[in-house]
Design a protein around this ligand. Structure first.
Ligand SMILES: [Zn+2]
Length: 504
């Protein structure tokens, strides 16, 4: 088992046990928060807040501890020394203009397609490559970094630790089964305390501080509002792609930083920073740095292609029903469906021997009442299924468990979560998902290629819709092209302008 893990570094799959009985342990932990006390003054704001008694040393220690947890949850560090150095140089330039110029900052580009940026206590600041893909200039990225540095300087994360540390750590991952909100939390790796959303006041405060650092460093603060609008456009597109338009802000930076362009404009006005003469924009230099960057999932960690999830390294694939949105994380693959329905997929090391039915009832769902246990065969693999009913935070849920013997060391597990009123109507689509699980041949695995972002100089006669058709997306090509490039539908596309394209 260890050998297997070592052969497959950075595998984005799991050992997280999701036994139904554990839900109740988690619930108990959630209702019994510890009490913390202590007040600290943040250097940037002079405001006194409840910090859980954290000193700067505590913050550094906690930051490092969370850093080590967060990085693997977000796909690890994106290995591109030039890009990393570039992002750090912008970040450090801004940080030196802050109220904490001597604070050591660590800037990390995460190998994740999810659009996000966040900060931890102790000066840890993160941007995902999913966010960088959407940026159009150095000034826009500076806006994101300045805002995050603002959270650090105002010690918002420390404040949040004070409020949350006792309750949240106990609940890691186990709330997953208890409702749509909990399912969606796994998208943003919200098992980490650091990624709970900030309050609107804290967001405003970070914007105020961010504007201050941007102008001191020579950037135009308006880039911050412009980029936010672009991120919102992407958020709406992603929700549309998932056929869940009402849930635009659940899965990304909008959840961790609830902000609006209006409020940023207000912060710019209120900050009263002198307008920067000849502000740095840095479009060309920035686009040069992200030219060739990986786009979407890293195949080493498994790829989402529409409703299909493929893992070329671990050699398997499966397809989720229409209306389900797939998301990959370090612990598991999750698909979120209608009205709190969801699929949680993971892997466990389980040496061969007993039957899958025995595994299902005696190991996975040990202690729970499993009904209708049945031995089945899925594309030649021994498997078992059974049903458990639970009462979760969001009401009763039916769980269907499927355990699949992949090889003599590995079991894959699918857990279908449905509210009882949907259990019947979803049973056929979820059955199809069950039987869609299959092994990939070496040739199929080798054919899975990652997508990359490239820069393209527009030639005369090329239009947005023509260029959009070159990208490998199955649908919404034009819309994706426009959002990727921050363009409106009727924006002219002058020859000679550099645009971003996604290529196979
Ligand atoms: Zn924020």
């Amino acid at each position: 088992m260890i050998l297997r893990r070592m052969m497959l570094p950075r595998m984005m799959l799991p050992r997280m046990s999701l036994r139904p009985v554990q839900i109740f342990a988690a619930l108990i932990a959630l209702v019994a928060p510890g009490l913390l006390a202590g007040c600290t003054t943040a250097p940037a704001t002079g405001r006194t807040f409840f910090s859980g008694g954290m000193s700067a040393e505590d913050e550094a220690r906690l930051g490092l501890q969370e850093h080590q947890k967060i990085v693997p949850q977000f796909g690890g560090v994106y290995e591109n020394a030039e890009l990393s150095a570039y992002i750090a140089s912008i970040g450090n330039l801004l940080a030196r203009t802050s109220e904490i110029p001597n604070q050591k900052f660590t800037f990390t580009v995460l190998d994740s397609p999810i659009v996000n940026a966040f900060a931890l206590p102790g000066g840890y600041v993160y941007v995902t490559r999913g966010l960088l893909v959407l940026a159009e200039s150095e000034a826009e990225v500076a806006g994101v970094l300045a805002h995050e540095i603002g959270h650090v300087a105002a010690r918002h994360s420390a404040e949040r630790y004070g409020q949350n540390v006792a309750t949240k750590i106990a609940g890691v991952g186990l709330g997953v089964l208890l409702g749509s909100k909990a399912v969606s939390d796994t998208f943003t790796a919200a098992s980490s305390v650091a990624l709970r959303s900030f309050s609107r006041e804290q967001e405003y405060e970070s914007d105020l501080l961010g504007v201050r650092y941007l102008s001191r460093a020579g950037f135009d603060a308006n880039a911050m509002a412009g980029f936010l609008s672009r991120l919102q456009a992407d958020s709406r597109l992603q929700a549309e792609l998932a056929n869940q338009p009402g849930r635009a802000d659940e899965f990304n930076i909008m959840q961790t930083h609830p902000r609006t362009a209006d409020r940023i404009q207000r912060a710019i006005a209120q900050a009263g920073a002198a307008p920067v003469k000849d502000p740095i924009v840095g479009r060309g230099v920035f686009l040069g740095k992200i030219d060739g960057m990986l786009y979407g999932d890293n195949p080493d960690q498994g790829l989402i292609r529409g409703r299909q999830f493929l893992h070329p390294n671990l050699r398997f694939a499966f397809t989720v029903p229409e209306g389900f949105r797939l998301a990959n994380s370090s612990q598991r693959v999750v698909a979120s469906g209608p009205e709190g329905a969801g699929i949680i997929f993971d892997q466990v090391s389980q040496p061969g021997g007993g039957t899958m039915s025995a595994y299902l009832t005696q190991v996975w769902a040990k202690g729970a009442t499993v009904q209708g246990v049945e031995a089945i065969t899925i594309n030649g693999m021994a498997a078992a299924t059974g049903q458990v009913s639970v009462n979760g935070r969001s009401g009763p849920r039916d769980l269907r468990l499927i355990a699949i013997r992949y090889d003599d060391k590995t079991v894959y597990r699918m857990l279908f979560v449905t509210p009882p009123k949907l259990t019947e109507s979803l049973s056929q689509p979820l059955r199809e998902t069950t039987y869609s699980f299959r092994k990939l041949s070496a040739a199929e695995a080798a054919a899975v290629k990652p997508w990359r972002l490239v820069m393209h100089k527009v030639r005369s006669g090329e239009t947005a819709s023509k260029l959009a058709k070159r990208m490998p997306f199955p649908d919404f090509q034009l819309k994706r092209f426009l959002v990727l490039n921050g363009l409106a539908e009727n924006n002219p596309l002058p020859a000679g302008r550099t645009v971003k394209l996604v290529v196979e």
